[in-house]
Structure formats: C-alpha cells, structure tokens
Design a protein around this ligand. Structure first.
Ligand code: GDP
Length: 391
C-alpha cells in the first residue's frame, strides 16, 4: 500500500518516526507522505526521521496552549486543533493524494493532543479526500491512572466513529517489568512499527516479481473495510542462506517439532504463533469480522501449501469465512515473518476496563469539583450567613 502518514501528539509522532526507521532499514517504501502535528514545541523536536518541514505546531497562538501543549486535556486538544484548522488544512494540501491509497493517523489516546486533536484532523481528512482514513490508536496502561483512561475512552468513541478502521495497540499488554516507562515505550514503538509496516507495505510495489500469490494492497484494504477496531498478530523466524552458492536454505524454526518439519508445516506453525502470541490489542480471535495473513520474506521459503493450510486454520479460529492469505515477496529479507490482521474485533476486555476506569475517574473528578466548591463557599460565608457580598 502507498500511505500518507500523520502523527498527532507525542506518541503518534514517535510511532510514525519508528515506522520510517523500520521501512528505511528494510528497504520498504510505504510512507509516501509524512507529517507530525503537535501542540508542544519541545515534542516536535524529537523525531529522527521526520523531515523538519513536515512538523506542524498548532496552538501557539491559542491562549491555553501557547506552544507548550494542552496539559493532558483532550477537550483543549480538540479546541486548539479547531482553532488552527485553516493551517492544518493548508498542510494537507501538500498530500499528493493520487500517489497514495490511504491515510493513516496515529495518536496516543491517553493524552491531550493526540486524543483531542486527532479526531479533528480525521474529520478534516475525511471531508477533503475520498481515500480511506485509518487510525492507529495507543490505549493507555491501567497504571497511568484515571485521567488518561477518561481521555482514551472518550477519544476512542470519536476515533472509531470517524475512521474507516482503527488499529489499536494496548500499552497495558506490552508493558514489561524492570524497564523505565521510556525504555518500555522504545521497545513498544519498535514492535508496533514492525507490525504495522509489515502489514501495510504488502503489495506496496506494483510490479511484484510476478509472485502469483502476492498479496495486493486492495486485499489489505478490503479486510480493513469493516470499520470498528482491529488487532495485529506477528511472528518471525530467521532464514539461513547457503553462502557458497548464494542459495536460500529452508528457514529454521527451533520451536517446531522435527518430525513434522516440512516447509508447509512450518508456515502454518509460524501463523499460529503470530495469532497466539501477544496481539497489539488482546482480544477474542473468534470475534473478528474478517482476517488476513501475510507471509513476508523470500518467495523460495514461502510454501504455498503452508499458506493455504494456515488460511484454513485461521478461518476456523476466527470463525469467519472472510480470511485472505498471500505473500509479500522480499527477496533480501533475513527473516520470514507472518503478520495477521484481525479486523473489527468486538470482544476485547481492555476496552471494557478502560471504560470502567474512565467512568470512575469522571465521577471522582465531578465529586472533587463539587467538594471544592462547597469548601470555598464554607470558607467565605460567615457561620450564620449574616453577611452579603458587596455586589
Ligand atoms: P499528547 O502529546 O498530549 O497526545 O500525549 P502523549 O502522546 O505524550 O501521551 C498520550 C498517551 O500515549 C500516554 O497516556 C501514553 O499512554 C501513551 N504514550 C506516550 N508516549 C508513548 C510512546 O512512546 N509509546 C507508546 N506506546 N505510548 C506512548
């Protein structure tokens, strides 16, 4: 697929930056247009791969932001984006829309800019272009507390209503112990970039080396054409090459039982591993509306029979007949990767948990505001209420 990518807020911009890094490392050419939008000037300085002139500061003339961010308030994030909508629209004019198949908007939903400005940006893109607009939304971890959960639960509603499909990533599921939050984010961003780029770059080259079973970007788009929330599974295994003849050897998969060590069984095993390992958003696989499997690597190691039996296996797991499977030929890849898209999953405990945490936080915030107001009244009013204000 050829993609226009837009990162909104800090997390959204960092994810886009890692996507650019991964495509650079692997010789892909997915992101044809890149832009990051933020209300905090300091965060805009962070990306390594996003060109300077593709970084847009919003809200520098807005009273509540002034270039310093929106203080984690999604409502202010949305306000600031609306305030600067003309400028945002002007930067979109640069998108060579005939060169892209779709637009991807990435944002962390727990903060203020991504969660608030993200939906405003998406609204505008939907008005301006006919191409599908996909969301890439990061859900905050439970450990972050009530305010991020409240932002995320509200922003999730806006995102899902406005995008053509929203691919979700759950920070809670990907958090590992013994790391600082920043170290954790680095690893998570890398893992997410690998998954999203491997998935969306399939069929990116028009004239694929005539691989009969090559996945086309229209297959990926068809699978995403469900609306709702989606999750991605991924597994990879290194390929060994015979150096003398430059021939590809069959790939190794140590986790495979040697007795069934045929290439086809290995392909199926790899796809199973992708589905059964940590998904970007943990969910009940059987609740998916559609699914898609892509085997990305040198064609020589992608056994056709294996792809077909993996497809059939996934058809049963996902309990849907809408399962597509194909190859993404990468002659120089050092790994064989299986990426699985589970589109429109409707059973995901994490979304329910975030909503519960959000409702609790909203009640608590309301209660604290009420208590505060009572306390101020108590303070300024005399005991028997005998005094009146001046005006
Ligand atoms: P914003 O700039 O106001 O949108 O706020 P941030 O993007 O800094 O943070 C919003 C949310 O994104 C946080 O609540 C975290 O859940 C998440 N987050 C922030 N940075 C990262 C990151 O680098 N990686 C991941 N996976 N999540 C992040």
């Amino acid at each position: 697929m050829k993609l226009a990518t837009i990162g909104v807020g800090n997390a959204g911009s960092k994810i886009i930056d890692r996507m650019l890094e991964f495509e650079d490392e692997t010789g892909r050419n997915l992101c044809r247009h890149v832009m990051v939008i933020n209300s905090a000037r300091t965060d805009l300085a962070k990306p390594d791969y996003v060109p300077e002139d593709r970084r847009v500061l919003i809200g520098d003339t807005h009273q509540k932001a002034k270039g310093h961010g929106v203080g984690g308030d999604a409502t202010v994030g949305a306000e600031v984006a609306k305030h600067d909508i003309d400028e945002i629209r002007r930067t979109f004019d640069d998108i060579e829309i005939h060169e892209v198949d779709a637009i991807l908007v990435a944002a962390g939903l727990g903060g203020g800019t991504g969660s608030g400005a993200g939906p405003v940006v998406i609204d505008e893109l939907q008005k301006m272009y006919d191409e599908p607009v996909y969301g890439l939304g990061i859900l905050p971890g439970q450990y972050e507390g009530g305010r991020p959960a409240l932002n995320a639960a509200r922003s999730l509603q806006s995102f899902v209503q406005k995008v053509d499909n929203m691919i979700a990533f759950d920070n809670d599921a990907w958090r590992s112990r013994g790391q600082t939050i920043e170290e954790g984010y680095e690893d998570m961003n890398r893992e997410l970039a690998i998954r999203i780029v491997t998935l969306l770059a399939a069929g990116e080259i028009d004239e694929t080396e005539v691989a009969e079973n090559a996945m086309d970007s229209s297959d990926v788009m068809r699978t995403l054409d469900t609306s709702g929330i989606s999750s991605i599974g991924y597994a990879s295994t290194p390929i060994t090459r015979e150096e003398d003849e430059g021939l590809l050897n069959r790939f190794k998969n140590e986790q495979q039982d040697p007795s069934e060590a045929t290439d086809a069984a290995k392909i199926k095993g790899l796809v199973r591993r992708a589905v059964n390992s940590r998904l970007t958003l943990p969910c009940n696989v059987a609740s998916a509306d559609r699914a898609l499997v892509i085997l990305s690597g040198p064609s020589e190691v992608i056994a056709r029979k294996g792809v077909e039996s993996a497809r059939q296996w996934l058809e049963q797991e996902a309990d849907t007949v809408e399962v597509l499977a194909g190859d993404d030929p990468r002659p120089n890849a050092s790994d064989l990767a299986a990426v699985v898209l589970l589109s429109n999953v409707t059973e995901t405990p994490r979304v329910d948990e975030i909503q519960e945490q959000a409702v609790e936080a909203q009640d608590k915030i309301q209660q604290l505001e009420d208590d505060r107001e009572d306390a101020i009244n108590d303070l300024i009013t005399d005991d028997d209420n005998e005094l009146d204000p001046v005006i």
